[in-house]
Design a protein around this ligand. Structure first.
Ligand SMILES: [Ca+2]
Length: 377
């Protein structure tokens, strides 16, 4: 079946606090977009990054390949790089980003789990940097080799990598299902980190002067902060943190703040709360469920701001790709701090992991091996 004919543009009934009810045929108008297949990769696509010349770099989770789609929409057969990757349920090559001074230095960065021994459960997250030379990743450098991931479970390594408007590289990294590490400032796990383009701690990070603290830590108390993005207007960081089976969060990040995990664990019979920590601005939930209900989790894996000038049917907002229900939703943010979600609707029903926007504001997203984009109607 043609994927376009499968596309259903269904609005949702808003429920603040994540009380989302899917309203098939609810009559509130469509999102005003169509989904278009751009290219197919060879493996699950986990992230995107656009170079200033229009090329789209992407990562494949298990193969460890970094691929390029040219500005003309052709996916190159020869990978940009093939990284020695240790895949697993939530392991693999997870993220790629482009240096803000790419036109001068041609730097491309990746993040993912790599082998840390001969056994399949021996892995560590690694931040790498390549130099782009005619679509090839030359001069591979391991900028940061993180501690061993939890060998008991292939989970919660994150993550995303993006440069902020301040020119520093931010890395979201999970607690590898060792909740106590999220509050341990000496560990990089369960944190949002902030480093220079060479992988060194940003000199004005909040804990650089605290004895014993990892100076790369920018914010802490996260479980599985799989994705984040910067508001292109304010520069604020919007970051998801995925709960165990409840309480998937959208947070606004401030330097040095604690975000609640693992004390925010909900047993399913009480509201989602972060004792002593910053509360999220929104809680995601599956249709018809409260966010504190067991099984409500949607597992957000991608975030990108969308412009109403490009997509009038969507308006300005924050797009989220949800791994479990395979939905892309659009949150409308209001208030002086853009910290109130006043509308939440389904955009498309085939989002996999990643969502990103190009320099023209066009939204790209992944669905399994497919790279797709939203075409305004
Ligand atoms: Ca939290």
């Amino acid at each position: 079946m043609n994927r376009r004919s499968q596309l259903r543009l269904v609005c949702t009934v808003l429920g603040l606090g994540g009380l989302l009810a899917v309203g098939a045929g609810c009559g509130g108008g469509s999102a005003g977009v169509e989904s278009e297949l751009v290219a197919k990769a060879g493996d699950t696509v986990t992230s995107f990054a656009f170079a200033p010349d229009g090329r789209l770099f992407l990562t494949e989770q298990s193969s460890g390949r970094v691929r390029i789609i040219t500005a003309d929409g052709e996916i190159l057969g020869e990978p940009f790089a093939t990284i020695d990757t240790r895949p697993g349920a939530e392991w693999g090559l997870m993220a790629v980003t482009i240096d803000p001074e790419f036109e001068e230095n041609h730097y491309v960065y990746t993040y993912g789990t790599q082998p840390a021994g001969p056994e399949p459960n021996q892995a560590r997250p690694v931040l790498m940097r390549f130099t782009d030379v005619n679509n090839k990743g030359e001069n591979p450098e391991k900028l940061i080799e993180f501690p061993l991931a939890n060998p008991e479970v292939q989970a919660h390594v994150g993550g995303s990598i993006h440069f902020g408007p301040d020119g520093y590289l931010y890395i979201s990294i999970g607690e590898t299902e060792r909740g106590e590490l999220a509050q341990d400032l000496s560990s990089p796990f369960g944190k949002l980190l902030r480093v220079t383009r060479d992988g060194e701690p940003a000199p004005d990070n909040p804990f650089v002067d605290r004895e014993g603290a990892d100076p790369r830590v920018y914010a802490y108390g996260f479980r599985n902060p799989f994705t984040f993005t910067f508001d292109p207007e304010s520069g604020r960081i919007y970051l998801t943190d995925n709960g165990p089976s409840t309480c998937d969060e959208l947070n606004i990040i401030e330097a040095g703040k604690y975000y609640g995990w693992p004390d925010s664990l909900s047993s399913g019979d009480k509201p989602c709360e972060n004792p002593g920590g910053v509360e999220p601005i929104y809680l995601y939930a599956q249709a018809g469920k409260k966010p504190e209900e067991i099984g409500s989790n949607t597992a957000p894996t991608g975030l990108a701001f969308v412009s109403g000038e490009v997509y009038p049917g969507l308006g300005d907002g924050l797009l989220v790709c949800e791994f479990v229900p395979r939905l892309m939703r659009r949150l409308k943010l209001e208030g002086s701090g853009k910290d109130q979600v006043t509308d939440d609707r389904i955009v498309i029903r085939d989002c996999g992991v990643a969502v990103a926007r190009d320099s023209n504001g066009i939204i790209y997203y992944s669905f399994g091996t497919e790279i797709r984009r939203l075409v305004p109607k």
